[in-house]
Design a protein around this ligand. Structure first.
Ligand code: 5AD
Ligand code: SF4
Length: 467
């Protein structure tokens, strides 16, 4: 998944000037699942009269929606809490309220410990209980410090309000939709099975309802989310078991929904039906994030990935045979305990063989409580740094090569937002690249044909063509 720090868009903040309205600032760390959760937390708070703001200074409530995947991600939270403690002191001196909440994966993993480490925090809410945020805030306002990190005792999605069409549309023409949470794979480096719990799929009807609401409001592209999204399963209308492939065929029938994506997948769950969906569905974008983590069979085994490098490469060949224009993206970890130079070279070899359009690569970070943390033979920091640099140079080269290979192509882009110049709009290519184009007569939400004419550092340039 993409690692990012995101500010949740602020559709209604301007309406918040009324003095009786409380304002919430939600800071999102980590993956797209957290981005989605932050939006839904905003919805839960909207029904309590909160509006979102993009300025912490204006907020009556600051929520940090946190990530625990690597040590650095978790550390960021405590430095942010240090700053909030000072801000809270200043506010209190002025007789004004500032409440602080920690949500997400650090909240789940550390619970009470957060209250001990930071006096600024009023509420700690895990990823499965954020529908109870309004009640927790009420209790906190009465002076209690609240920790609510139960695993799914009830389905939070059933308890979350659905925003109206205008609010949905104000968030843009693309949307995330969580269909699956948690993980039963237990890769030995990963905290997710501990922070997000075991694999749970949302029921088919709930997903279809949400997708239809989004489409009705004008959303053109949906990205299905899950820590293990292709492990999603549900019961079809005829009582049969459905997998993600079946779900995608069904979603592709929803009027108005032009584009579908999903992330993040595990190679073990790429079944035939899902590969067929890539072959058959025009709406399913030819882009697949399929992390492999490492290229050495010994390391893959130690990571408990449950496939070999060869099996992964064969799988990619099958996917490419079904959908030749598919672009691949991956996650990589360098310096897993015991990784030798030769084993690291195997990762480079695999990257050379597969050729990625996009990628995310990380130094191994020891996570307390995971089997990886118990292993001896941790790799020295400078060795990790050197390996990461070499891997990233190769991945970046491939990313540029992929972008260059797009020049001259005629493709459809979904117009997503205004560009820097007055008549320019920014669209999204099927392969998830940003595309700048002069598109006077078009509007956001349109899908238009363009010819790619050049590449920039992080985007493409295109001219509009009529088809
Ligand atoms: N150290 C480094 N990277 C990690 N990831 C997950 N756990 C760790 C860790 N302990 C990476 C994996 C995963 C991505 C979301 O984060 O590559 O696919
Ligand atoms: Fe973590 Fe592995 Fe599960 Fe992905 S599949 S969330 S890396 S345990």
């Amino acid at each position: 998944m993409t690692d990012q720090t995101t500010l949740i868009p602020n559709p209604v903040a301007q309406a918040a000037d009324r003095t009786n309205t409380r304002k919430v600032f939600i800071k999102t760390y980590g993956c797209q699942m957290n981005v989605y959760d932050s939006v839904r937390m905003g919805d839960a708070l909207a029904s309590e009269g909160y509006v979102t703001t993009d300025r912490a200074e204006d907020a009556d409530l600051v929520l940090l929606n946190t990530c625990h995947i690597r040590e650095k991600a978790a550390d960021k939270v405590y430095s942010a809490l240090g700053r909030l403690r000072d801000m809270k002191k200043e506010r209190n001196a002025e007789g004004r309220e500032l409440m602080v909440g920690v949500t997400g994966c650090v909240a789940q993993a550390e619970g009470e410990e957060i209250l001990r480490r930071s006096s600024a925090v009023d509420v700690v809410i895990g990823p499965q209980t954020y529908h109870r945020l309004p009640q927790a805030l009420k209790r906190a306002r009465q002076g209690e410090r609240v920790v609510d990190t139960d695993y799914a005792v009830e389905d939070k999605f059933e308890h979350l309000p659905v925003p109206d069409k205008k609010v949905i549309r104000s968030r843009g023409v693309t949307s995330f939709l969580t269909v699956q949470e948690g993980c039963d794979k237990f890769c030995t480096f990963c905290v997710v099975p501990y922070t997000r719990g075991s694999e749970v799929s949302r029921p088919l009807a709930q997903i279809l309802d949400e997708a239809k609401q989004l489409a009705d409001a004008g959303v053109r592209e949906i990205t299905l989310l899950g820590q293990n999204v292709n492990a999603w399963h549900g019961t079809g209308p005829d009582g049969s078991t459905w997998g993600l492939g079946d779900l995608l065929y069904r979603l592709a029938e929803i009027p108005g929904l032009a584009r579908l994506r999903y992330t993040t997948s595990h190679p073990r769950d790429m079944d035939d039906r899902l590969i067929e969906a890539h072959r058959d569905l025009r709406a399913l974008m030819p882009y697949l994030h399929l992390p492999v983590q490492a290229g050495s069979d010994r390391v893959l085994k130690a990571m408990n990935r449950r496939h070999t490098a060869e099996e992964y490469i064969r799988l990619i060949e099958r996917i490419r045979a079904a959908r030749p224009d598919i672009a691949l993206s991956g996650d990589f970890i360098v310096g897993f305990p015991g990784e030798t130079d030769a084993e690291f070279e195997d990762t480079l070899k695999l990257v050379e063989t597969v050729r990625y359009a996009q990628s995310f690569s990380f130094k191994y970070s020891t996570r307390p409580g995971t089997p990886g943390a118990e292993l001896g033979s941790q790799v020295a920091e400078e060795v990790k740094a050197e390996r990461l640099e070499r891997l990233q140079a190769l991945l970046l080269k491939q990313q540029h090569e992929f972008a260059e290979s797009c020049v001259g192509k005629v493709i459809d882009i979904l117009l997503e937002k205004p560009g820097r110049m007055p008549e320019q709009l920014i669209g999204r290519s099927p392969w998830l690249q940003s595309v700048n184009v002069d598109a006077k007569s078009s509007q956001i939400g349109d899908i238009i044909s363009v010819r790619i004419v050049g590449t920039g550092p992080n985007s493409l340039f295109a001219e509009r063509i009529e088809r």
